[in-house]
Design a protein around this ligand. Structure first.
Ligand code: EPZ
Length: 417
């Protein structure tokens, strides 16, 4: 069932719960590698990428106890195979997040190079550069990164660009290193902070997470802990866009605007009425959205993972929007698919000009990556008639039960062959 059939034109109404964050859960699962004691994780989203990460850790010798619904306990006392094979890594780039913890805990790691993906080349040179600065001997042979170090040592690290998983990998490596590490130009994403909170609960000494300078004092060992994964701000933003585009009124629970300032600001500029609550967000859409221009950049600026969804809402807004994508070199694959629904979009390098049209019409479209597929769903919910989104396995990587949640908001959607 890898297609989604959408009958558009229904304003989304009602309330749904937001799941735990994919981009926090993946590094937090890898943190379990750093300790011989159990790590109990709750609010874990049931996503294909999470399943892939659990399979990756399991084949390394990590014992995984699935406690149903949204909780697992990981026990890495039996870690005996510090290898991330190509078969698993090629399906999920985030597998590279095992590299730092394995070198730090086991003194060695063999991790397949992730290779590029639909949105860009996405090298991992900064991950490797940082580990080498901490004393790891690294060679790349037959598509694998081989890393060895009797014990990593603290160092002053500077990444050439802000890299989220690069910061997370080096932070995890540094918690067991001898001495102090400083990561400058660090990523400030909330998911980096959530990982740091989990590591501190395990006994790590970290300060400055959330700023662009993170300081880590290495310790000899980490302990067991319990950690609740933060809400998924991109899932939250996606449902807010779907409600905005369909002229709906929704309440999203188990989330908050505090991770989403840049996105909420832009949605309010479209004319949406947004009410933050302690642990929820309400959105009421205006009869007609106003186009808003965006420029993606590292947190706290506008997230690249929301760019595609905003292209979809601008496609039916009043006016013209200019979108600048500054993080990934090839993240406009959804534009040609949105054009199949009748959108007017002109791409020139990293700039897209979106001229709002009165209406979109249903058609068959193809998903190319996770967030591109989310934008096609948002557009399909607005379009008149039927939209068939092909290859929704991309969606299942990052959205938990999307069709059920949309149906709970009154959408006419169903999976089909
Ligand atoms: C994380 O990817 C997220 N993935 C991405 O979300 C997100 O789009 C991205 O950060 C930016 O916010 C996870 O957290 C699992 P980067 P990451 O390293 O860490 C270049 C989604 O939809 N770079 O911050 O891989 C890189 O090519 C996904 O959920 C190097 O050149 O992104 C890019 O242009 C998609 N060398 C830029 O930096 C390096 O060693 C930022 O990438 C590392 C990065």
């Amino acid at each position: 069932m890898d297609k989604l059939l959408i009958e558009g034109g229904v304003p989304l109404m009602g309330e749904i719960a937001i799941s735990g964050a994919k981009n926090a859960a993946l590094p937090i699962l890898c943190a379990a590698l750093l300790s011989a004691e159990p790590l109990h994780i709750t609010n874990l989203p049931r996503l294909n990428d999470v399943r892939t990460m659990l399979r990756l850790l399991g084949q390394m010798g990590v014992k995984i106890v699935d406690e149903g619904r949204d909780a697992v306990t990981l026990d890495a006392s039996g870690l005996d195979n510090p290898v991330a094979p190509y078969e698993l890594v090629r399906t999920m780039r985030a597998s590279v997040l095992v590299l730092g913890p394995l070198v730090a805990r086991c003194g060695e790691a063999r991790v397949s190079l992730p290779g590029g993906c639909a949105i860009g080349a996405r090298p991992v040179d900064q991950h490797i550069k940082g580990l080498e600065a901490m004393g790891a001997e690294i060679s790349v042979e037959q598509g694998y990164v081989h890393a060895r170090a009797a014990r990593l040592r603290g160092a002053r690290l500077f990444t050439d660009m802000v890299t989220v998983t690069g910061t997370e990998n080096l932070m995890m490596a540094a918690v067991l290193a001898a001495g102090d590490t400083v990561i400058e130009n660090a990523a400030r994403e909330p998911e980096v902070v959530d990982l740091a909170n989990c590591l501190v609960a395990m006994g790590a000494q970290i300060s400055g997470a959330g700023s662009d300078v993170i300081r880590i004092r290495g310790v000899d060992r980490l302990y067991g802990a319990t950690h609740r994964v933060m809400p998924d701000r991109i899932e939250t933003g996606t449902y807010l866009c779907a409600a905005a585009a369909t002229g709906g009124s929704v309440r999203l629970t188990g989330t908050s605007t505090s991770y989403l300032d840049a996105v909420v600001d832009k949605l309010m500029d479209t004319g949406c009425d947004i009410v933050p609550e302690r642990d929820a967000i309400r959105l009421k859409a205006p009869p007609k959205l106003t186009a808003v221009s965006i420029r993606t950049a590292p947190y706290p600026a506008f997230p690249t993972d929301m760019q595609a969804q905003f292209m979809a809402i601008n496609a039916v807004a009043d006016g013209t929007a200019v979108i600048r994508e500054t993080i990934f070199e090839n993240r406009y694959m959804h534009a040609v698919e949105l054009a199949r629904l009748g959108a007017e979009i002109r791409i020139d390098g990293n700039t897209a000009v979106v001229k709002g049209v009165p209406r979109l019409n249903g058609a068959t479209v193809m998903a190319t990556d996770l967030r591109a597929s989310a934008s096609l769903v948002v557009a399909g919910l607005v379009a008149q008639g039927t939209t068939l989104v092909d290859r929704i396995y991309h969606l299942d990587r990052g959205y938990e039960q999307l069709d059920r949640k949309l149906a709970a908001l009154g959408a006419r959607v169903r999976r089909t062959k």
